[in-house]
Design a protein around this ligand. Structure first.
Ligand code: FDA
Length: 378
C-alpha cells in the first residue's frame, strides 16, 4: 500500500519523501533517470576518482536555519568557500565585480568612495533615459567599460543572442562590491557535502518507508505507476515539468540548457581555481570547471585533472531544461497552467520544474518542507 507517490528524486522530491516517511507514510519515489538526486547528482570520474557534478557545479549555501539544521542530519560540510574568476582579453580578474576588479581593470588604486563615484559617473551615460534593452540596462547599472568587459560577451554567450536584442528585465541588478571581498555567496552557511552529493541524497532516501524506482517515467503507460493509473487514487507530489504534465495544453515553457564537455588532462592542476569564466565572445564556452578544486582536502591524483567546458543555449524539446527563460509569453502560459493545477485532485506541484522557477538547493529543500507542513500534513 502506497500513501504517496513522489515524481522526481531531486532535492524537492526526496525532502518530501523523507519527511512523510518519518511520519509513518509509505512513499514511492519514481524517477525517469537511472540515478537518484536530480540535478544535484554527482559521480566519481572513472579515470581519476575526482567527484564530478554531472549537471553543472553545485555549491551549497543557505541562511535558512531550518534548512541548515535539516541538511546536517544527512551530511557534514567542508569549509569550502566559493570564489570565481573571469578571463577577459588574456587577463584574469576576480568576480563578482569588486574593488579588486575595478582597480585592476582601470589600473588604479581607488578607495571605495572614489570607485563608487567613478562607476556612478560612467553609469550616467543614459542621462535618465529608460533602458530599452539588456545592453542599455547593463550600461545604466555599472557603466559602459565594466559592462562591456565583464557582462556583455558573457551574457551574449549565455543567451546566444546579442544583448541589444534581449529585454532589459533579464538583469534587475548587477552587484558591485566596493571592498576586496570576492566571496561569491553572502549566506551564513556554505560548504560542500564532505563525502559528496550522492552519498547525501542516498541517505535521505534510506528509510524503510521509502521505495525508489528508477528509470520510471510518470508518463509511460507501460509502467505500473504512471499518471493515469495513480492520479485520483493516491496523493501525488509532482516535480517534473509542469507543461509536460498537461501535455503542453497551454504551449511549452521555454528554458535554457547547458552542454558539458568533459576532459581528463594529464596535469595536476589546470587553472588553479574551481571556476574560470570566459567573458569574451571569441571563446565559445562560458566557463571551465575544474572539479578537483571543490575538494582540496581530498587525496586526488597529482598528475591528472578533470575539466568541464560549459556551453549555454536555448533548450529544444529533447534537451535538459536548466534555467527558465521567463519571457512575458512564458509568464502568461504559467498563469494558465496554475489554473489547470488547481483542477488536479490531490496532485501537488513542486520543485524547479514543477513551478517553473530557478531554485537553489536550499530553496528547493525549504519549499519542500513547507509543502509537507502546509499541504501534506496540515
Ligand atoms: P531536480 O531537477 O533536481 O529533480 C527533478 C527530478 O524529476 C529529476 O531527477 C527528473 O529526472 C525527475 N523527473 C522529471 N520528469 C519526470 C517524469 N516524467 N517521470 C519521472 N521523473 C521525472 N543550486 C544551488 O544551491 N547551488 C548551485 O551551485 C547550483 N548550481 C546549479 C547549476 C546548474 C547548471 C543548475 C541547472 C542548477 C543548479 N542549482 C544549484 C539548482 C539545483 O540543481 C536545484 O535547486 C535542484 O536541482 C532542485 O531540485 P528539484 O528536486 O526541484 O529538481
Amino acid at each position: 500500500m502506497t500513501d504517496l507517490v513522489v515524481v522526481g528524486s531531486g532535492f524537492f522530491g526526496l525532502t518530501v519523501a523523507e519527511q512523510m516517511a518519518g511520519q509513518g507514510r509509505k512513499v514511492l519515489v519514481i524517477d525517469r533517470r537511472d540515478h537518484i538526486g536530480g540535478n544535484a547528482y554527482s559521480e566519481a570520474d572513472p579515470a581519476t576518482g575526482i567527484e564530478v557534478h554531472r549537471y553543472g557545479a553545485h555549491l551549497f549555501h543557505t541562511s535558512n536555519e531550518r534548512v541548515w539544521e535539516y541538511v546536517n542530519r544527512f551530511t557534514t560540510f567542508t569549509s569550502y568557500v566559493h570564489r570565481v574568476y573571469t578571463t577577459h582579453r588574456g587577463e584574469v580578474f576576480p568576480m563578482p565585480i569588486n574593488l579588486g576588479t575595478i582597480n585592476q581593470f582601470f589600473r588604479s588604486a581607488h578607495g571605495p568612495d572614489a570607485a563608487r563615484a567613478l562607476v556612478r559617473e560612467q553609469a550616467a551615460e543614459l542621462d535618465g533615459r529608460k533602458p530599452q534593452n539588456l545592453d542599455e540596462q547593463g550600461v545604466s547599472l555599472i557603466g559602459r567599460p565594466l559592462y562591456e568587459a565583464f557582462i556583455q560577451g558573457y551574457t551574449a554567450k549565455q543567451w546566444q543572442t546579442d544583448p541589444r536584442e534581449l529585454p532589459a528585465s533579464i538583469i534587475a541588478r548587477l552587484p558591485v562590491r566596493y571592498t576586496y571581498d570576492n566571496r561569491y555567496f553572502n549566506d551564513t552557511h556554505e560548504g560542500l557535502p564532505t563525502d559528496g552529493y550522492t552519498a547525501w541524497l542516498e541517505r535521505m532516501a534510506d528509510h524503510p518507508n521509502i521505495e525508489v524506482r528508477l528509470a520510471t517515467d510518470f508518463f509511460d503507460p507501460s509502467q505500473p505507476v504512471h499518471k493515469d493509473a495513480v492520479v485520483g487514487q493516491v496523493p501525488v507530489v509532482y516535480t517534473g515539468p509542469v507543461d509536460r504534465y498537461f501535455d503542453d495544453a497551454e504551449g511549452s515553457l521555454s528554458w535554457r540548457t547547458l552542454d558539458f564537455e568533459r576532459e581528463v588532462l594529464p596535469v595536476g592542476d589546470f587553472q588553479g581555481a574551481p571556476v574560470m569564466n570566459y567573458a569574451d565572445t571569441e571563446v565559445p564556452y562560458t566557463r571551465i570547471l575544474e572539479f578537483r578544486h571543490f575538494h582540496p582536502e581530498r587525496d586526488y591524483p597529482d598528475d591528472r585533472t578533470v575539466i568541464v567546458r560549459e556551453y549555454s543555449r536555448f533548450a529544444e524539446r529533447a534537451d535538459e531544461p536548466y534555467y527558465p527563460v521567463n519571457t512575458s509569453e512564458d509568464r502568461e502560459r504559467l498563469t494558465r497552467y496554475r489554473d489547470l493545477m488547481k483542477g488536479e485532485q490531490d496532485v501537488h506541484f513542486g520543485g524547479r520544474l514543477g513551478t517553473y522557477q530557478y531554485l537553489d538547493m536550499h530553496m528547493a529543500i525549504g519549499s519542500a518542507l513547507s509543502m509537507v507542513d502546509n499541504k501534506l500534513t496540515p
